[in-house]
Design a protein around this ligand. Sequence first.
Ligand code: CMC
Length: 376
Amino acid sequence: MNPITPAKGLKGVVVDTTKLCLIDAERGVLVYRGYDIHDLATHSNFEEVAYLLLYSKLPMRKEYECFCEQLRQNRSVPDVVVEIIERIKDAPPMDVLRTAVSALGAIDPDSGDNSSEATLRKGIKLIAQLPTIVATHERLRRGLKPVEPNPKLSHAANFLYMMRGKPPTEEEAKAIDLDLLLHAEHSSNASAFAVRVTASTLADIHAAIVAGIAALKGPLHGGAAEAVADMALEVGSPERAYEYVREKLARKERIMGFGHRVYRTEDPRARHMRELAKVLSEKSGDKRIFETLLAIEEAMKPLQSKGIYVNVDFYCGCIYYFLGIPKDMYVCMFALGRIVGWVAHALEQYNDNVLIRPLLHYDGPTNLRYIPMDER
Ligand code: CMC
């Protein structure tokens, strides 16, 4: 009998401690550095939450203004990176983002410096540059000239401005701001763990962020929002939702935007996304997508007894749709928020580093003898 039971998917394994974020799986509570996500979502904004996660405290006004200025000053990306984006503009946005961050790392003069000061400086620069990369790619692939960042606009408003070429309304900017805030950090999710694994080898922060972007891409993580949008279009109307869910579950397929490795109740971020999706859909006069999503959520209620509830990604697509963000960019939107958590995780890992190197239990043959190629 095999005495070893592997912790497949590291389910339930506590690998380290963190001061970044607390998740209460049973009560559906999410706390960033001691502050409840509902409190932050109601009263704070992306820049302030980014400061909180990076510096472990809420900023005083002067510190906040300095931090916002630092973000504004670091928004542009070097010409060589814009050229690379242009050369690969037909690739999926997430691949372009990953490649552009890798290129930024290759040309960063501080690349080899993993001190806290240099890592924080490079991390803040990346937080500022990611929206520029995503917006620049979106414009180039549509045959449009990239738009220079506007220093008068907030992080969220400037992203929409660079993507569209005209400033967004206050409501649109607030929607993106809330979306980024809610995605900023979520403990040892797959992408943050990938960041920590990479940082634990003492590779630099750009390498760690590239690993995070790579891990976020998949449909079981950041790619779920796009899959939800595809599902909403396929279902088409609230009347079809019940049948769609029933058939899919009967085929043992998953409904995207539901379930979570940690939460056994509703993901606390979903409430804000649902409310925002409702407001935007009412405002647009086109309620079909939102009502279809509500109907899918209703049809999924029987799975609540198994701890499967709606997650943060379920209503994201609906919000992005009303903001005119193309479907294949949805996962990049997740990255624009989560970059803050990734940087904070890299800092935490470097500050108290132990190489992350778990074991795999070998389950293959032994004692095989090498046979020369021509004799096999
Ligand atoms: N639809 C239907 N059944 C589900 C779903 C779902 N979305 N999620 C889990 N289950 C079932 C699964 O089939 C399994 O059933 P059984 O025990 O009968 O075989 C049970 O729930 C446990 O599933 P699991 O895959 O062992 O659980 P996990 O912790 O490995 O999976 C998950 C977590 C997020 C990968 C999974 O819930 C899933 O695939 N969800 C859909 C993709 C999704 O929405 N991802 C975004 C997650 S939130 C944003 C983020 O942080 O990335």
